[in-house]
Design a protein around this ligand. Structure first.
Ligand code: ADP
Ligand code: MG
Length: 452
């Protein structure tokens, strides 16, 4: 009877927390006992016990109550001394319970996003090499480079590729132990092992994997004992010819607070960077994401030119691009209109504005000073000769047209000038532009190079 309730609750949980979280955290649980308002669960490891009790205890309790049991408290215990390796289910002892679930991999690891696969990863020039290397690792062929080190700025697809490798390897080689986790989780687990005097088990666990994937390595910069442990794990795996994949927001050499010996070991593998997206890649990604949105909002019509506009205007990172598109479709569906350029500008004005700020006044001043061969300091200084004053006015004009800064703000950046001075400068350039072909060419050139 209680197992029936638990079965129903599991079903509910699957719906609310998603397949991935369910498989990782709920499926391995066994309801061992229900006694005096207390439901006791067994979890295969301490880590899982702690995670589940921190993150899912209350949900589980409420669902149990909804299913008709009067549960005041839920408790989680570790089911056996410790399954160091991924223990097959038969070895997991859950003596008092009837487990409804097939055993899950009890190795620790972070949940994966099912959408992050190779199928959904759009390849372009900036990420082609990283993608090819990731694919190679996912084929599971004998290790040819170790580690694979992927780096690049925020939102360029590092985590996406790491998840894609993990999911593909798990699908192709179910018998292989493939762990994916962030460097932060590695540290957390290491500290926990220290505290609970389980360091030997910790070492065995990590040294017994076939493929280790560590995301956001920069996190352990400056964390000495975690680095030390990571280094040993790393060496042990490399010695056994096990594949390691690491990501970080910058190259090994650029991570401050990372030990030299670790840097040099990391550099021994294949170091590949994900470059900032270019227009074609952004457009490709938008087209793919738009296709997915159409699935959610079949009634919404996307007009030509909108994706091109977004690819041109939002150059920060793919996450922003993705979020913009999601919002656009939801908004269009809500107000029952087609996605036109107008609607896009309305709906995304904040995102578009934020992207505009990419051109900074400092950059404009630098470019203009270079172009006219004057000193940068003259941009903000008091000199009034035409050879200096005119370029300064050009920079003011570009600051007004290429950024969203107000006149007083622009004035401040030009050595604390009054906003009327800025206004005057802008008017002057607008006038001259109409008659002075050279100036008009200069402006075009500067604008293109700044926006490029
Ligand atoms: P990072 O880990 O480098 O900060 P993520 O992998 O989390 O970036 O990517 C951010 C978002 O952008 C995710 O939703 C991801 O799916 C998407 N994304 C990034 N690059 C691509 C790509 N080439 N194709 C499709 N989606 C991408
Ligand atoms: Mg990431």
């Amino acid at each position: 009877m209680i197992q029936d309730s638990w079965g129903r609750v599991r079903h509910e949980l699957l719906k609310t927390i998603g397949q991935n979280n369910f498989t990782t955290w709920i499926e391995p649980l066994t309801l061992a006992e229900f006694d005096d308002g207390i439901a006791r669960f067994l979890a295969p490891t301490k880590f899982m016990r702690d995670w589940v009790s921190r993150n899912y205890a209350e949900q589980i309790r409420q669902h149990l109550n909804n299913s008709g049991l009067e549960v005041e408290r839920v408790e989680f215990h570790v089911s056996e001394a410790r399954p160091v390796q991924a223990a097959p289910s038969a070895r997991r002892s859950a003596p008092r319970a009837v487990s409804a679930a097939p055993a899950q991999d009890t190795l620790p690891g972070a949940p994966l996003d099912p959408r992050f696969t190779f199928d959904t990863f759009v390849v372009g020039k900036p990420n082609a090499l990283a993608h090819a290397a990731a694919r190679r690792v996912a084929e599971g062929a004998p290790v040819s480079f170790n580690p694979l080190f992927l780096y690049g700025g925020v939102g360029l697809g590092k985590t996406h590729l790491m998840h894609a490798i993990t999911q593909e390897l798990r699908a192709r080689f179910p018998e292989k132990k493939v762990i994916y986790l962030s460097a932060e989780q590695f540290m957390y687990r290491f500290i926990q092992a220290l505290r609970e005097r389980e360091i030997i088990a910790f070492k065995e666990l990590f040294r017994g994997v076939d493929v280790l994937m560590v995301d956001d390595l920069q996190f352990i910069a400056g964390k000495d004992s975690t680095q030390e442990e990571f280094f040993h794990t790393f060496n042990a795996l490399v010695d056994q010819n096990r594949q390691i994949v690491i990501s970080a927001d910058r190259s090994p050499g650029e991570i401050k607070g990372l030990e030299e010996r670790i840097k040099s070991r990391l550099q021994c593998g294949l170091v590949v960077d994900l470059h900032p997206t270019d227009y074609e890649l952004r457009l490709g990604i938008l087209q793919q994401k738009a296709e997915m949105q159409r699935g959610h909002y079949p009634g919404v019509k996307l007009l030509p030119g909108v994706l091109e506009f977004l690819a041109h205007r939002i150059t920060t990172n793919v996450r922003v691009l993705d979020g913009a598109l999601t919002r656009l479709f939801a908004f269009a569906s809500l107000v029952g209109r087609d996605i036109t350029l107008d609607l896009t500008q309305d709906c995304l004005s904040d995102v578009l504005r934020a992207s505009d700020r990419k051109v900074s006044i400092e950059e404009i001043q630098r470019k203009v000073a270079e172009h006219y061969n004057i000193r940068l300091s003259d941009m903000v200084g008091p000199k009034r000769q035409r050879t200096v004053a005119r370029p300064r006015q050009v920079a003011m004009y570009l600051a007004k047209t290429l950024t969203t800064r107000s006149l007083p703000e622009i004035g401040r950046r030009f050595g604390g000038r009054d906003h009327t001075t800025i206004m005057h400068g802008i008017r002057k350039i607008e006038e001259l532009k109409a008659t002075d072909g050279q100036l008009s060419d200069d402006l075009d050139l500067l604008r293109r190079s700044l926006e490029g």
